[in-house]
Ligand binder design. Structure first.
Ligand code: PA5
Length: 450
């Protein structure tokens, strides 16, 4: 297994793609990666208005960052629950960070901090009612996050929970418990926040939602959950220093972006992100948004899917092994567990597991990975392994930057604009027309004719 080097925190192992990707193909894609790399650094590519994330780790607004930490302390001291209202890029990063760093069961083991729940990421009545019930009579605060300030799902949730918090505390105290993260000067949420006097944080103009987890969008909920946000930014800075300054296959982002593009051109249209740690589940959700929204356009793009292992070996495993051969797979390993668990000896060996007695459960897990990777390679599924050196805050920041940078490289290599998302509007227009939003009357007539 990979051991952490002095300043290496991510390694991409492509041994199990070698039957599918030749050395010559790797050599050939270098020129494209080099062009993509320069576009990210000099802003000469499509969507260059949204490259603020590239230098974000060294351009942090320190005044805002210290306000984030101060507000997180206040929320930790006066709230049993923090409700984070947002969707897409205004939601997934914070949720991913909390599970990745604090573990699978943060809300059951908050260590004195508030429980953190996410709403506004769906329109489910049952889900909203369950959250209201969970809050009950307890003290709570709200962090409403929307760059545009007008996305329907979080807007509906905020209207409901704003009423609830104002009823509970009165308007004046409620104002002190609502934190808005939104555009610097535009949008309905910004206007409301200014009029009501909410503490407000900014989603920078030049950073799109899916690249925003290391701004206040992710940092405030993370800090409330007790994550070391300084360390997360430090990790991202380390990644930035390494990845932006390495124009070769010594750059793990080049390897990842290069190999997935070569495989895509050979018909591997779907990439499955796979991890043997359940706490990676929401990281995979975040990754799916990042890569799906960045690359899926102009009738091209690798479809990002994910599985949680070993659980999904007993559901999706059959398809991956023998279904249509349009799959590539990327495993992610998270380094060593925090504390080992040893499989105990049993005198009756009632389950036939004594051959594992004295071994770590993690040893079993690592061999499950190895067995799976070999089987999938044999079954025609090339697979890479992204090796992280751990799952603490610093590794989180490093990994986020790695995936973002690789996504920019990969998107430009695919010849798309990795920083827009024009397709997201289609469902919204139909929904507005069906709901009778003023201005959508003609579309409503058209839809009803269908
Ligand atoms: O990445 C994106 O831009 C989107 O996923 C947005 O984050 C999402 O649609 C939410 O938008 P907003 O923050 O404007 O409410």
């Amino acid at each position: 297994m990979y051991e952490r080097g002095a300043d290496v925190m991510i390694n991409v192992n492509i041994d199990k793609t070698q039957k599918f990707v030749s050395q010559a193909e790797l050599e050939n894609i270098k020129t494209e990666l080099c062009t993509a790399h320069r576009k990210l650094l000099d802003g000469s590519g499509a969507g260059s208005d949204f490259l603020g994330w590239v230098k974000l780790p060294e351009n942090i607004d320190m005044e805002e960052f210290s306000r984030v930490k101060k507000c997180a302390e206040k929320i930790r001291s006066d709230s049993d629950v923090l409700l984070v209202i947002g969707i897409g890029g205004s939601y997934l990063g914070a949720r991913a960070a909390i599970e990745f760093v604090k573990g699978n069961f943060y809300n059951q083991r908050t260590n004195g901090g508030p429980e953190v729940y996410f709403v506004g990421n769906n329109l489910s009545t049952d889900y909203i009612n369950e959250i209201i019930e969970i809050i009950g009579e307890r003290d709570f605060s709200i962090n409403v996050i929307s760059k545009s300030g007008s996305t329907t799902e979080p807007a509906v949730a905020f209207r409901l929970f704003k009423e609830l918090i104002e009823k509970k505390y009165g308007k004046d105290e409620a104002k002190k418990r609502i934190y808005a993260t939104t555009d610097k000067c535009r949008g309905a949420l910004k206007t409301l926040a200014t009029n009501e006097g909410y503490e407000t944080f900014v989603v920078p103009d030049n950073i799109g939602g899916r690249y925003s987890v290391l701004t206040a969008v992710g940092l405030l909920p993370m800090a409330v959950a007790g994550i070391d946000v300084d360390a997360a930014l430090h990790g991202a800075k380390k990644a930035m220093d390494k990845l932006t300054n390495t124009e070769s296959f010594d750059n793990p982002a080049w390897i990842y972006a290069g190999v997935r593009n070569i495989l895509y051109r050979k018909g591997k249209k779907v990439e499955i992100l796979a991890c043997f740690e359940p706490k990676f589940k929401y990281m995979a959700e975040w990754w799916k948004q990042l890569y799906g929204e960045s690359e899926g356009k102009d009738n091209v793009g690798i479809f990002p899917a994910s599985v949680e292992l070993t659980a999904d070996l007993h559901s999706m495993g059959q398809y991956i092994q023998q279904g249509e051969r349009m799959l590539m797979e990327t495993f992610v390993s998270l380094g060593k567990p925090q504390e080992n668990i040893i499989v105990p000896e049993n005198s009756q060996d009632f389950d036939g597991l004594n051959y594992l007695a004295g071994k770590n459960v993690d040893y079993v897990n690592q061999n499950a990975y190895l067995g799976t990777a070999i089987a999938h390679e044999d079954g025609g599924v090339p697979n890479m392994l992204i090796e992280l050196s751990g799952s603490d805050s610093e590794n989180f920041g490093y990994m986020v930057y790695f995936f973002e940078f690789a996504c920019g490289l990969s998107g430009y290599t695919l010849n798309v604009n990795p920083f827009d998302q024009p397709g997201v509007e289609a469902y919204k227009k139909n929904m507005f027309a069906l709901l009778g939003k003023p201005g959508y009357e003609d579309l409503a007539k058209e839809i009803l004719k269908k």
